[in-house]
Write a protein that binds this ligand. Structure first.
Ligand SMILES: [Zn+2]
Length: 367
């Protein structure tokens, strides 16, 4: 796409049909691409897919499948390939004019997740290690969010047992449209999530990721407070660990994220959900299972997971928390149903004892 690289908008638009909506959305897309840091961008045509059909009115319609290749410079480890279907019409003089670049049903069939910069004009803030993607209504909060992410990155990066050089992409949008389009949302209910870290596969369905990005729910975008800063640190733990926490009990991956997110806050200012305190007062006899973690009791579960990790780090030392993490994820990983033996090996106590100690710790700190 020479026109993109040279920033030549008239060349980019020249092949489009005279459809104001299409020209408007393609102009927005072109402008977005100018604002994004692109290591790679291009279209690859699948020549075997090209089909030409004559319509009843005698006009010709050409349909072609392509791959859109995008790699964010400094943020994606690999290029991302997304299938697309373009439709052209043959003009009277024989030239082809693009009439459609987007087909929702076809894209759903092919597992395509449309990026915000493919659906609307976005506000891009690129600040060295942090790339912020906002829309018009959320843009006013953009710089503050990007600054908070940079601070959180400085706090979290040294804490994780991983090599982590690439920057972080954060989406702060004013609607849940993109959030709802993500596959495999924890708990499956977008409005229950304040934020989510999500993988970007190199092609739909691939188990190889170009990066892990995160987004803030619209209700968190405008909150200029400790709750948003803590949430950002939480999501950054998931971003930094990437796939490493995929196959450990959910309470452990969420608990480590909560533990590291809360730690920079002075102990007397750390907040836990009322639901977690209530559960602790009733007595906790088991840890939240993988199946139930993001269900109806999720607000209690996050607090319990946090304090289970807080208890482990305080009692056995933080290195033991990471040892548990490593032993849990070894081999094919460990589901919560099979964790008891691992807990006994690493901590010397099983799930029931750890759950009870967690509850006691919550009631001793929060009453
Ligand atoms: Zn989380």
């Amino acid at each position: 796409m020479r026109a993109i690289k040279t920033g030549n908008e008239s060349t980019f638009l020249a092949g489009l049909a005279a459809d104001p909506a299409l020209r408007g959305s393609e102009r927005d897309y072109f402008d977005n691409l100018q604002d994004l840091p692109l290591a790679r961008f291009g279209y690859r045509l699948d020549t075997a897919s090209v089909q030409e059909q004559q319509a009843d009115d005698g006009s010709y319609r050409v349909q072609a499948e392509l791959t859109v290749v995008t790699q964010l410079d400094g943020f994606d480890d690999r290029p991302v390939r997304a299938p697309a279907r373009f439709v052209f019409e043959r003009a009277d003089d024989g030239t082809l004019l693009l009439t459609s670049t987007h087909d929702a049903a076809w894209e759903a069939d092919h597992g395509v997740t449309r990026q915000p910069w493919e659906t609307e004009r976005v506000e891009v803030i690129n600040s060295d290690q942090v790339l912020g993607i906002f829309d018009k209504p959320s843009a006013a909060h953009g710089w503050q969010i990007v600054d908070d992410v940079a601070d959180a990155l400085a706090a979290i990066r040294p804490e994780l047992p991983v090599e982590w050089d690439s920057g972080v992409v954060v989406y702060g949008l004013s609607t849940t449209e993109f959030l709802s389009s993500l596959a495999d949302l924890p708990g499956g209910v977008p409005d229950r999530l304040d934020g989510v870290a999500f993988p970007v596969p190199i092609s739909p369905g691939s188990q190889t990721y170009a990066s892990t990005r995160f987004l803030l729910h619209p209700r968190m975008v405008g909150r200029r407070d400790d709750a948003r800063r803590r949430l950002i640190r939480h999501e950054l733990v998931h971003v930094g660990l990437g796939r490493l926490d995929d196959r450990i009990p959910t309470w452990l991956s969420e608990g480590i994220a909560e533990y590291l997110a809360a730690r920079p806050i002075a102990p007397q200012d750390r907040l836990i959900s009322r639901d977690a305190v209530n559960a602790a007062q009733r007595g906790i006899t088991e840890l939240p299972s993988d199946q139930e973690f993001n269900g109806d009791d999720s607000s209690a579960n996050y607090g319990i997971a946090w304090f289970a990790c807080d208890y482990i780090a305080d009692t056995y030392g933080e290195s033991t928390l990471w040892k548990l993490f490593n032993v849990m994820r070894a081999g094919n990983g460990t589901a919560s149903a099979d964790q008891d033996e691992v807990l006994r090996d690493v901590l010397g106590v099983g799930e029931a004892d750890l759950a009870r100690a967690t509850g006691d710790r919550i009631t001793s700190v929060f009453g």
